[in-house]
Design a protein around this ligand. Sequence first.
Ligand code: NAD
Length: 296
Amino acid sequence: MAKIGFIGLGNMGGPMAANLIKAGHALKVFDLSEAAVSKAVAEGATKASTVADAAKDVEFVVTVLPAGKHVLSVYDGPDGVIANARAGTLLIDSSTIEVDAARKAADLAKAKGLGSVDAPISGGVAGATAGTLTFMVGGDDGDFDRAKPVLEGMGSNIIHAGTSGAGQAAKICNNMVLGVSMIAVSEAFMLAKRLGLDAQKLFDISSKASGQCWSLTSYCPVPGPVPTSPANRDYQPGFAVDMMLKDLKLAQQAAASAGATTPMGALAESLYALYSNSGNGGMDFSAIVKMLDGDK
Ligand code: NAD
């Protein structure tokens, strides 16, 4: 059992904290939302009154925050995690943020004698609730080994991607594939529709042929073939358009700073921005198929 400070109890962080409590860890929790804190306290956590309070006298601090600016502001400054954690505390950031921000966070932690890993997640709210998340971890071997037992309380696949920032790099590369493949699968279904090919027939064939991919077989963007996919519940998320857009933007920023050529990723970002700007940011990302169908 470890003493863990936990900051960020939103859609992902809330159930992740609940699973750490169930695994027997002692949690001190902080969030700007009083309601989120009260829920975690009802599940067995102790309330921290500030970020600094959550970071004091613990062995680990887990953060699950919206974006890089939130992580750096919670880490840095006299009231932040780094100034208030005792030497040797290990910081685990499971937010999806810029690779550069993750590296900056790691440098700030190291300068104060703290360990750190970037450990972004895949698996959505369902995976966070079931404790079956995939963690992509960036950090040195010793920090990875220390983080692993804590991460095992929240996930079933814990993969060491490399040094600081490598977890975030893996996350944005993976989600760029996901965004591009969802658009490609959606285009195929809309082409099939206009060619008079039944959606179920395309699914049955492509899921056994070379077009097979997760966007088709696990998250099919048209209703019917995969009963659990958001297409069968009016495209309620799931994983929202604005979340996908955020990750595609991170991929483009990273590509620009690393000099990588990612034209399909850039196009996917533009298409998701267009769909979000027409008021669909809260829809599941597979709803992009409706835009390709002329919003039918
Ligand atoms: P969310 O908006 O539901 O939760 C964020 C929480 O952080 C909120 O409760 C908010 O009050 C809190 N917060 C913000 N600033 C804070 C601060 N300064 N101090 C304390 N608390 C603060 O977001 P989410 O869906 O839980 O996502 C969290 C992260 O996980 C994001 O980086 C997201 O990209 C990533 N992610 C989300 C999903 C998903 O399906 N939702 C999947 C994979 C990864």
